[in-house]
Design a protein around this ligand. Sequence first.
Ligand code: SAM
Length: 280
Amino acid sequence: MAVGTPAGTLFIVATPIGNLADLSPRALETLKTVAAICAEDTRHTRQLLSHFGIDRPLLALHEHNEEAMSERIVERLSGGDSLALVSDAGTPLVSDPGYRVVRAARAAGLRVSPIPGACAAIAALSVAGLPSDRFTFEGFLPAKSSARRERMGRLASETRTLVFYESSHRIAESLADMRSVFGDDRIAVIARELTKMFETVLDGTLAELHAQVEADDNQRKGEFVVMVQGAGDDEEAQLIEGRRLYAKLSEHLPPSTAAKLAAEISGAPRKALYGQGGTE
Ligand code: SAM
């Protein structure tokens, strides 16, 4: 750090997820006054800035150069420059780059300060009408169906509301996988294009929602947050987990051992697990 020069602050600035009027006055003020803005896609951010008449230098910061850029950013902050970090939309670091830079800045004893604002997951939860005192944010599911089902399988007995990000390419496939892993009757909510012209919030069982999305091309367009109600009571959750474990373990162990272990780990009754992926 240069002697006598106070270090700068790294501001983590949330930007709109659709409606530009959602940029907060404090975000605007910060973006106008920092020495430079670290942006995921500089062309995209340039458009946002020019809409607001802001002309600040941009530094590209994406998942491929984040490690290398962290050092440069720490140097500039240490030298007294305050910088902002934005992503393409919403809150940086939430399914977006930035955590390595924040970690590096904090490790160097520099001030990192949030300018909060839009976040698709939180906006979606706020209109879903699902239990939201406790929830689990799962971000994007894997692109391949086998890996996706595996990830969902590990969440099948989760009792908190599940929150996923999904793209238009995979929304129908993901809903189909959710039906098969969580069951047709699990309640879910799909929040699409929030704060934009075609904002839609659909709720129903996974079977109903999947059918609705399959039947209407428009419901497969845009950006999505999918929220799935958590597994029901403890007994049901234990049974789902026990069956999942039994199916996995019985690939490698005799069925009786697999059932014993699955029952012990999940708390489900051993007998209820037989016939799920094998028989004793
Ligand atoms: N950092 C962002 C945030 O705070 O929400 C998320 C970035 S992530 C790369 C982009 C994903 O967020 C999209 O694929 C979609 O799942 C979700 N998303 C972003 N904007 C949205 C919107 N307006 N409506 C619904 N989902 C949105």
